[in-house]
Design a protein around this ligand. Structure first.
Ligand code: ATP
Ligand code: MG
Length: 444
């Protein structure tokens, strides 16, 4: 028998052979394989787990490789020179190979540590229990290690709890994840309501995976979400921002957003409400929908999306509302004040790193200048480091039905023009700054 077969807890898993699962070693990142072999050589067991196994089975390219092991974080740290322990809630080791980072987690146990290893613990098990206790006080109860079966119980969805071993190339399935995967079903392990209460972010994960994988949520997994969505308001706001980015930059933003609204989760995530498709949408609302659509399209074409750009779009409706409340023409100063306020209000729901909100603010700033038909403004914009993003945003505003005085088209022609044509276009502009008078439509 191979050594992994002796691992505590593994006897609860269904074992699936290579002929049945079809995962090929060549699809696994060499760095992940090196981590697995490094741990095995040091006498530990190590498995690929989570999204990478799920995605490999679905024929998708995993975006990262996670490893689960019976080695303690300190042990992992010892094995790999270029590694560091991160995480307060639960310790994780990041092992670095070039630009790739492999995340290594020690098998986690159930919350109730007193019950664990109660029948004659082996030396190895006692060592783990002691180690978990020695960190008590510093870490939360979460930081408790367990056997492989317990580790599987603590994962979120059945399709995320499949373990792949290079030892025999077998898959270990504790919760019938492979049949769920084949039937494209997203099913929470254990009682879904309880699991969402334990960690409300799992509701966002459910939506993200359902949209991304085009899976149907199992009815028990779906049922509690609407009722419990408000719990997300108490989740840590930096974590919510990370999740929000994953939700919107994963190539399925339109569908994800529809689901967020359907379950009422948008109210926990955003400082402002959104208008439903079909309801009286004004250009700012349409711009949000277009931006989500465009970012999915970009990702499908292998292009990246800028989080600051998406944020500028998502917060455009409250910014416009703020501006429409002002009397007469507004100044750049006023725009900036309202922009700051909009960002602060959103930060109370999801923290926004300054490097990202600064990009959004620059894009908003540029909108004002891109509309001005004078030479100084034109050269200011054209030399601005965010010109491209600002111009794309201007086009988005035009597509959403906003009147920008035809400046989107002007800028498109200007960029396509040669030197002579550009000079000619500039000559036709006024030399003095002159702001375009805008017709303002008040929201009802
Ligand atoms: P992807 O990396 O494609 O976004 P993933 O499933 O790998 O998807 P990660 O956030 O990388 O997601 O997490 C790795 C694994 O850790 C998950 O597959 C799951 O088994 C477990 N996991 C992550 N977050 C949670 C959570 N909040 N509750 C329970 N298990 C979780
Ligand atoms: Mg992952």
């Amino acid at each position: 028998m191979n050594s992994v077969d002796l691992l505590p807890g593994i006897e609860h898993a269904a074992v699936i052979s290579r002929a049945e699962h079809g995962i090929s070693r060549k699809d696994i990142s060499p760095a992940a394989l090196r981590v697995i072999h490094g741990l095995q050589n040091a006498g530990f067991s190590a498995f690929l787990v989570g999204g990478c196994v799920r995605d490999l089975l679905l024929g998708l390219h995993p975006k990262d490789f996670d490893i689960a092991t019976d080695a303690l974080p300190e042990d992992v740290r010892q094995v790999f020179r270029r590694s560091r322990i991160i995480g307060r809630r639960f310790k994780i080791v990041h092992v670095r190979f070039g630009r790739e980072v492999i995340e290594v987690t020690t098998f986690r146990g159930h919350h109730d540590a007193s019950n664990r290893f109660k029948d004659a613990p082996s030396r190895e098990q006692s060592r783990k229990l002691d180690s978990a206790h020695s960190h008590a006080g510093m870490t939360l109860i979460d930081n408790v290690y367990g056997d492989m079966n317990e580790d599987a119980d603590r994962r979120d969805f059945t399709v995320n709890a499949l373990y792949y071993s290079t030892d025999g190339f077998r898959l270990f399935d504790f919760h019938d994840g492979l049949s769920d995967l084949r039937e494209r079903r997203l099913r929470m392990i254990g009682d879904a309501g309880e699991r969402y209460r334990e960690d409300p972010v799992r509701m966002l994960r459910a939506i993200r995976f359902a949209a991304k994988l085009e899976f149907t949520m199992d009815s028990d997994t779906e049922a509690p979400i609407r009722e419990l969505s408000h719990l997300l308001e108490s989740a840590a706001s930096p974590r919510l921002f990370d999740e929000l980015l994953k939700l919107l930059c994963g190539g399925h933003a339109t569908e994800t957003f529809r689901m967020l609204r359907n379950y009422g989760i948008d109210r926990a995530l955003f400082s402002h409400g959104f208008v439903d498709e079909g309801e009286a949408m004004d250009p700012a609302d349409r711009l949000v929908a277009l931006a989500l659509h465009n970012s999915d399209d970009r990702i499908a074409r292998g292009l990246g999306v800028t989080p600051g750009f998406l944020l500028a779009a998502l917060l455009w409706p409250p910014l416009q509302r703020g501006l429409s409340g002002l009397e007469g023409e507004w100044s750049l100063m006023q725009l900036r004040e309202i922009a700051e306020q909009v960002v602060i209000e959103q930060s109370q729901h999801t923290t926004i790193p300054r490097r990202i909100s600064n990009v959004s603010k620059e894009i908003w700033d540029l909108q004002n200048r891109l509309e001005r038909r004078d030479r100084r403004s034109v050269s200011y914009c054209f030399e601005h480091s965010r010109f491209r993003a600002g111009y794309d945003f201007l086009l988005l505003r035009e597509s959403s039905g906003e009147d920008t005085g035809g400046m989107g088209e002007w800028w498109t022609t200007f960029q396509d023009a040669d030197e002579n044509q550009r000079t000619h276009m500039l000559e036709q502009l006024s030399s003095r700054p002159k702001r375009r008078r805008r017709k303002r439509s008040r929201r009802k």
